[in-house]
Structure formats: C-alpha cells, structure tokens
Design a binder for this molecule. Structure first.
Ligand code: SF4
Length: 243
C-alpha cells in the first residue's frame, strides 16, 4: 500500500474533533481538486504534486500496525489522498488494526467515489463528496475530475449502511458560496442523507483563509440545519505536513 505519512495528532474535523488519533495517510488520489481563488487540495503531495522524497512509499501492513502500537490512542484515521483506491489492501489493513487493538475506532476519510469490503471494518465513514466548486478548470484534469467526482451509487450505499446501523457516517462539504447549497441538497435528496450527518467546513489551507470564510459557513449551517466543523489542525499548525 502506498503511504504518504504516519503520524499522531488530534482529529481536527467532524464528529470526533479533538480526539487523539493515529493517522495513516495513503498516497495518490483519483481526483484533483482546485477551489475558487486557486487553492489546491490541502494535501497536494498526495494528489497534484506527489512528493517522492517525503512520502513514505510502499509499506507493509505489519509496519503500519507496529507504528500504531507505539501510541495508546483508540482512534485511527485512514485518510489520503484517497485510501479506497487500495480497496483490497485497505480491508486487510483494517482487519489487522482491529486485531492490534480490539477497542480501536477506525474513521475512513474518503471522497466517496469507491466502495469495498473495507467498510465492514470501518466505524465511521467520513465522506467528502466534491462539489462543482472543486473542478480544476482549464487544467488537464478538468474533464476526468468533473466526470468522476460524484459516484451516486457509492453514496447511496453509504446511506443504506447508516440506515441499517451497520456504520456511522458523516458528510463533510467544503463550503465556498451559496451556490454549493443547491448541489448539497440535490445530493442529499438523491442519496438519502439526513441533516444531522452533514457538516459544512470553511475552505482554506491557512488560518487566514479559514477566518475569512468562517462566518459565511456558520451562517449557511444555521440557515439550513447543518453542522459546522472547523479545521483545528490548520488553525493550530497552518499548512503543515504530519499534523
Ligand atoms: S479528493 Fe481529497 S485528496 Fe483528492 S484532490 Fe480532492 S481534496 Fe485532494
């Protein structure tokens, strides 16, 4: 499995904000987000600009579980890039992590475009569907990103799993403007997500960006009955790796 980085930090977003967590960041992504104003995704070293020097590279699962064993935290966050592009290895990884700590709580952070048996071993699917505002216009990725950014069948499947109490889910949307709300509501209706699982977060890769976009994001949450989540790791450390 291609790994970008392994580190211990706090969860900075969503339902488990503040929990000490072991992060497993996989490398590579099937999408290429770029937001209005020009910000790339907040981990461009796993998508746009792979960093072969700093990214760890191909890593045995036993090495990942051994690293997790060094910390006494319950929460494990598998993030990316896009972890679910490694569906089979991801399933094996989750099984081994659960063996390492039966009490572990695995959050999978995904863009919601792929599914697989790994879901059975995941406690929380943290899904960030990419809205039109993420399309990298006038780049070589505009077409493929536009075509692949939403997989409605995968999103419906997550919704069904939640309905049957097989998994918990949260939907995190980067909020950039009022135009996003129409798209979020359409997706919500088609896939069947409830308001209480939806989180809006301000767009940005710096504290200054977040400050600029925070109030309009909170106001959109209040108006629509959604939850607000900040991005504590960016507030605390800025646009830095390994946090
Ligand atoms: S889906 Fe996530 S990792 Fe991939 S480009 Fe978009 S923000 Fe970055």
């Amino acid at each position: 499995m291609q790994i970008s980085e392994l580190f211990y930090s706090i969860q900075g977003e969503g339902k488990r904000t503040g929990n000490p967590s072991f992060f497993i960041r996989t490398n590579n992504c099937n999408l290429r987000c770029r937001f209005p104003g020009g910000n790339y995704c907040d981990t461009p070293y796993t998508s746009w600009f792979p960093d072969d020097v700093k990214n760890i590279g191909d890593t045995e699962i036993s090495k990942i579980t051994a690293e997790y064993s060094k910390y006494s935290c319950r929460d494990i966050v598998i993030t990316g890039g896009e972890p679910s592009i490694y569906a089979e290895q991801l399933e094996e990884l989750c099984i081994e992590l659960k063996k390492t700590n039966k009490e572990s709580f695995i959050t999978l952070e995904t863009n919601g475009t792929f599914t697989g048996d790994f879901i059975k071993y995941t406690d929380l699917a943290s899904i960030s569907p990419k809205l039109k505002s993420s399309v990298p216009f006038n780049t070589e990725f505009e077409k493929t990103h536009g075509k692949n950014r939403i997989n409605l069948n995968v999103l419906k499947n997550y919704s069904l799993l939640k309905e049957n109490n097989l998994i918990d889910i949260q939907l995190k949307f980067v909020f950039t403007s009022e135009a996003d709300l129409k798209e979020i509501k359409e997706l919500q209706t088609k896939a069947g997500f409830s308001d209480k699982d939806i989180y809006l977060m301000p767009e940005g890769i710096s504290e200054e960006d977040l400050r600029k976009n925070r109030v309009q994001t909170i106001e959109a949450c209040l108006k629509n009955g959604y939850n607000y989540t900040d991005r504590i790791h960016i507030i605390a450390w800025g646009d830095k790796r390994g946090v």
